[in-house]
Design a protein around this ligand. Structure first.
Ligand code: C2E
Ligand code: CA
Ligand code: CA
Ligand code: CA
Length: 279
């Protein structure tokens, strides 16, 4: 047993060193990513659960690395959160979405609200409301065209401060959704204190519909209780008709997932806006 313990230790220390080296190299490049204009946003449609009509989008960040190609947010957002770059990245995302909305409006398109993901650091440390109103003013946009997605754990970690911030955002008419709902430890009754407008059921619950009875019951319980609190419910990661039908039957309001569209570059997403314009 003693031998085994020693081997285990060696194994883990090697793993950690390898991961750290890779991360350091990536982190080094990440510092220049904004300046080199390597960040971009992909837009994923959100649709009305009953009609299938396009009613919004989520902006998802990607990093176009000059050697490694497209890097997913799960690989660089945690690094950016640790070294503080996330504040600049987050502001860039909001600015980029607003510039895009402006361009679409100027092109005569009927736009939809676009949601941006906000990290804990950004939500707590930055003067977010002032930045948001500045950017909206810069592009001459109404606040209804931008939405924020905040994770459940972010809100729970500093709930009194989060509540105060949410009240300010509500007065500004900026809609907020609680993201990845069901993965944290908060109870729905706890949510009552947060002035938010919608709740996104995490993909892990949606994926299991049709597989496990347990998560089916959880998904429908979340929908029913969210409606009790007057929250709109959106399901993320909807990939097939079985999931969509089940969620629709249980009153889910909005869908987002590969069944309706992948996250896509702005110049592809625009065709969804144009299609909507025609009918
Ligand atoms: P999230 O906010 O939960 O975003 C949803 C993720 O699920 C996205 O992954 C999306 O591409 C993926 N997805 C959507 N529909 C489906 C589906 O039907 N099936 C499957 N398998 N996946 C689906 P993505 O784009 O890789 O983003 C991952 C996470 O990175 C996001 O999770 C979010 O937490 C974070 N993130 C992305 N962009 C930003 C950003 O601009 N700022 C911050 N702070 N975080 C971001
Ligand atoms: Ca999100
Ligand atoms: Ca989510
Ligand atoms: Ca998720």
């Amino acid at each position: 047993a003693k031998e085994e313990g020693r081997n285990t230790f060696r194994f883990f220390s090697t793993e950690i060193n390898t991961a750290t080296l890779g991360e350091l190299l990536l982190e080094n490049d990440l510092f220049g990513a904004l300046e080199r204009e390597e960040l971009l946003l992909h837009y994923q449609p959100k649709v009305d659960a009953k009609t299938g009509e396009l009613i919004g989008a989520e902006a998802l960040m990607r990093w176009q690395h000059r050697e490694q190609g497209m890097i997913a947010p799960e690989q660089f957002i945690p690094i950016a959160e640790e070294n503080g770059l996330i504040n600049a990245f987050g502001e860039w995302a909001i600015r980029n979405v607003c510039a895009q909305q402006r361009a679409w409006l100027d092109a005569g398109l009927m736009v939809v609200p676009v949601a941006v993901n906000i990290s804990a650091h950004q939500f707590i440390q930055q003067d977010l409301p002032r930045m948001l109103s500045q950017v909206l003013a810069d592009y001459g946009l109404p606040p209804q065209l931008i939405e924020l997605e905040l994770t459940e754990s972010l809100l729970m970690r500093n709930s009194s401060r989060a509540t105060a911030m949410l009240q300010v955002l509500r007065r500004m008419h900026i809609q907020v959704a609680i993201d990845d709902f069901g993965t944290g430890y908060s109870s729905l009754s706890y949510l009552r204190q947060f002035p938010v407008q919608s709740l996104k059921i995490d993909r892990s619950f949606v994926t299991q519909i049709g597989e496990h009875g347990e998560s089916i019951r959880l998904a429908s319980a979340i929908i029913a209780m969210a409606h009790e609190l007057d929250l709109e419910v959106i399901a993320e990661g909807v990939e097939n008709e079985v999931q969509a039908r089940y969620l629709r039957e249980h009153g889910c309001d909005q869908f987002q997932g590969y069944l309706y569209g992948r996250p896509q570059a702005a110049d592809q997403f625009v065709s969804l806006l144009s299609a909507r314009h025609l009918d």
